[in-house]
Design a protein around this ligand. Structure first.
Ligand SMILES: [Zn+2]
Length: 309
């Protein structure tokens, strides 16, 4: 009997080898971000902080654009960043003014990044990580790509890379547009679309990571400081946990050996897993399909607005 039980256990372990090992950290970009469809930015920060606490998320990272502070419609940026840090979260650099590397020369780009770094370094909760705006690491321009990589290294910064995303910024902007147009928004459907898209994205990039790296890395999910995050992050965390994910700290995620990766691909942009898969020659698709707005937008219209049914 014991032997049969042991054999059964062995089968289970073979069938579900990595089920308990899927790890993901949460990152929120563009803080302090402009107002969304529903909440005042200060109220949004309070709700997001409380929701992360309720969901048991000990440490997320907020990638900050200090240039947003004091801009109309962005709330009390400093107070809201302090609120996140007091709750255990950390802050890192997303540039001062959110430039696109493809249309900025390397020196100007680094100067903008330095301006943000000078502000951030004095803050509690600071981490030496840089998240490329638009995940644009230089596109086809390898000279520029390498100049920024060297610039980060010289400053003691690492790339605050992303391994999983589902264009939450687009769901937020479609929601704002719908609200402004006076359309009826099905909030339950909005929640379900947001949650489902991000859980599917995590699963997609985990499968791609295993094919590419032969192991499950600590992932980093790209999100933004949005109203939909403030309203639904608890639902997303719950759904991730139901699929076997553990939410880890940003510190744990960026201690992964992935931090040293510098993939060489024909076009430097997007998630790190996608780039590494491309470098290795793995076939497309190397990105989760709802990042294609031609797929995401009709889904939003149909499910959240009830159009085209
Ligand atoms: Zn951004």
């Amino acid at each position: 009997m014991k032997r049969i039980l042991a054999a059964l256990l062995g089968c289970l372990l073979v069938a579900f080898p990595a089920a308990a090992q899927k790890r993901i950290a949460l990152s929120f970009d563009d803080a302090p971000r402009g107002a969304g469809a529903f909440l005042d930015p200060d109220d949004r920060a309070k709700k997001l902080t409380a929701a992360l606490k309720r969901a048991g998320v000990k440490q997320a990272v907020f990638f900050v654009n200090p240039g947003n502070i004091g801009q109309p419609g962005h709330g009390d940026g400093v107070a809201n960043l302090d609120r996140y840090v007091k709750a255990g979260h950390v802050l890192a650099n997303h540039s001062w003014s959110h430039p696109k590397l493809g249309s900025t020369d390397a020196d100007a780009y680094l100067a903008d990044l330095d301006r943000a770094e000078a502000w951030l370094k004095l803050r509690p909760g600071y981490r030496p990580w840089f998240r490329f705006p638009f995940l644009d690491e230089g596109g086809k321009d390898k000279v520029k790509r390498d100049a920024i990589r060297a610039g980060l290294k010289a400053r003691g910064l690492i790339n605050g890379y992303v391994t999983a995303e589902s264009s939450d910024w687009n769901i937020e902007s479609l929601t704002i547009a719908a609200k402004q147009a006076g359309k009826l928004i099905d909030m339950k459907a909005l929640r379900d679309l947001y949650v489902e898209s991000h859980v599917e994205a995590a699963e997609f990039y985990e499968a791609l990571a295993i094919k590419t790296l032969g192991r499950s890395p600590a992932h980093v999910m790209l999100l933004h400081e949005t109203d939909i995050a403030a309203l639904f992050i608890g639902d997303l965390v719950k759904a991730l946990k139901a699929k076997g994910w553990t939410i880890v700290t940003a510190d744990e995620a960026y201690a992964d050996p992935l931090r040293d990766a510098a993939p060489d691909t024909p076009h430097a942009q997007g998630t790190l897993i996608e780039a590494l898969a491309w470098e290795k020659g793995l076939p497309a698709p190397r990105w989760y399909d709802r990042n294609d707005l031609r797929i995401a937008n009709p889904l939003f219209a149909k499910r959240v607005l009830g159009e085209g049914k």
